[in-house]
Every structure is written in structure tokens, then in C-alpha cells.
Design a protein around this ligand. Structure first.
Ligand code: ADE
Length: 244
């Protein structure tokens, strides 16, 4: 899979591209290329933005600048699915990640300032994607979030492919959050690992994990809707739901 990330701040992605999943998927053929709008801007002095028609604060990234960058990279032929990161786009979720991971290539358009001229949205982007209903200073962090989520789906990205099979929202867990994980020591400061995980009884461990996923799903639904749910009761690990 090929990613072209269009941005005014290519250096911001350095850390991400050095991460294991990106390096590993790169070894399997994935390509990540940062494209600085300034490289192709038709404006003098590397300018990429202008003040908004009709007045108002802030600067707007120009449509001719974005179009010049896309033409320079893709020529006049077909372009990959082009995604503009925007707080008002379709919200990123596992279904969308799955859909995007099936694309041969993606172009990600990161904006800054007051955003893009509307003609970029209307004529140059195929989709607008948001990582949540809040406004960030630009599209770089959202592009990193999207790329990270997609790259986890690519061949070779995860050292242990099994780690994505039963992760949160996966099919294997029926779309539910992942169960909690524990490791040594079995007890710390009086905080014990659930007995069942130390039992060696795989069927019981499996049952417990499914139950815990269901408990977390019910908790998440409660947070979303405020509906009352049957109390799952406290179990060790409730204080720290972990990253799963
Ligand atoms: N740009 C600014 N805020 C954003 C968000 N929440 N999602 C995607 N792009 C954005």
C-alpha cells in the first residue's frame, strides 16, 4: 500500500514513520512519502495560503496550491483515494479503517490555519475524515492516527499477527472492546490478578475474557447513552482499562 501525506510539516511525521509497524510494513512493500505543499506552490516565497474572501480571521490554504501538489505527484492520470482530514468529516472507526486498508494507495491532505479553500473539499478530495468531534490545530495528528490504524492492518506490521485478531472491535470479539490483560507479578500492593488467569484452565480463561469484553462493551454503551446498565461489578483492573 502506498501513502502520500501532503502537509506543511513533514518533519512532524518522523517519529511515526520510525515506529516498528511502519518499518515492518515498509519491509513488506508499503510506502510512505511526505509531500510538502511548499515544494510545488505556484506562489512566490513558498506561500500556500491567503486571507479569506469576505473577511474574517485566519488564513486559508489555496486550492491552486493543493492542486499543483496533486498534479506534480500524480500527473494527469488517476489518483489514489484522496482523504482530507477535517473535524467535520466522517468519523474514523474500525469499519472505515478496514475499508481504507483495502485501498492500494491513499493520499492524505493535512490542513492548517483556518483550513482549506472549500474547492479543495469539493473538487480535489474524495472523502473527509475526522478523528473525533473536536478541533485540532491541523490535520497532521489526525493523519497520523488514521495511518497508524490502517498500517496495523497491513501484512508484516505486527510482530505477532495474533495480536490484531483479538484486539478491541475486531470480528473475533464480535466488535466489542478487548478484555483486560495482566502479567507478573500476580499480586502487587494487594492488587491481585484474577484467579482464573492463573488457573491454567484455558476454557475458563476464554469464558472470562468474553465476559470481560461484554462488561466493557456495556460500560462503553452506558458512557455513550447514559442508559443504565446492570452493574458488572468491580474486578481487578477496572481502574486501568489498559490500551486494548
Ligand atoms: N483537523 C482539525 N481537527 C480535526 C479532527 N478532529 N479530525 C480530523 N481533522 C482535523
Amino acid at each position: 500500500m502506498r501513502f502520500d501525506i501532503f502537509t506543511l510539516f513533514p518533519d512532524a511525521f518522523e517519529w511515526l514513520l520510525g515506529q516498528r509497524s511502519f518499518r515492518k510494513s515498509g519491509e513488506e512493500g508499503a510506502e510512505f512519502t511526505l509531500r510538502d505543499y511548499r515544494t510545488w506552490t505556484p506562489l512566490k516565497g513558498g506561500r500556500v495560503d491567503d486571507s479569506p474572501y469576505g473577511g474574517g480571521s485566519g488564513m486559508v490554504i489555496r486550492v491552486d496550491v493543493v492542486d499543483a501538489a496533486l498534479r506534480a505527484v500524480y500527473g494527469e492520470g488517476s489518483r489514489p483515494r484522496t482523504i482530507l482530514l477535517s473535524p467535520v468529516g466522517r468519523q474514523l472507526d474500525e469499519d472505515l479503517v478496514t475499508e481504507l486498508a483495502a485501498e492500494p494507495a491513499l493520499a492524505l491532505l493535512c490542513g492548517r490555519y483556518e483550513g482549506f479553500d472549500q474547492r479543495v473539499h469539493d473538487h480535489l478530495a474524495d472523502d473527509e475524515v475526522s478523528i473525533g468531534p473536536y478541533v485540532l490545530a491541523g490535520g497532521e495528528l489526525p493523519a497520523m492516527v488514521l495511518a497508524d490504524a490502517v498500517v496495523r492492518r497491513l501484512p508484516g506490521a505486527l510482530g505477532d499477527p495474533g495480536s490484531s485478531v483479538e484486539e478491541s472491535f475486531s470480528e473475533a470479539l464480535g466488535g466489542q472492546p478487548e478484555y483486560p490483560h495482566y502479567t507478573r507479578p500476580p499480586e502487587y500492593e494487594g492488587w491481585a490478578v484474577p484467579e482464573v488467569l492463573l488457573s491454567g484452565d484455558h476454557a475458563s480463561v476464554e469464558r472470562w475474557r468474553r465476559e470481560q469484553s461484554a462488561v466493557r462493551a456495556a460500560g462503553a454503551a452506558h458512557e455513550r447513552t447514559g442508559d443504565s446498565v446492570a452493574s458488572p461489578g468491580r474486578s481487578p483492573g477496572d481502574d486501568d482499562p489498559g490500551a486494548g
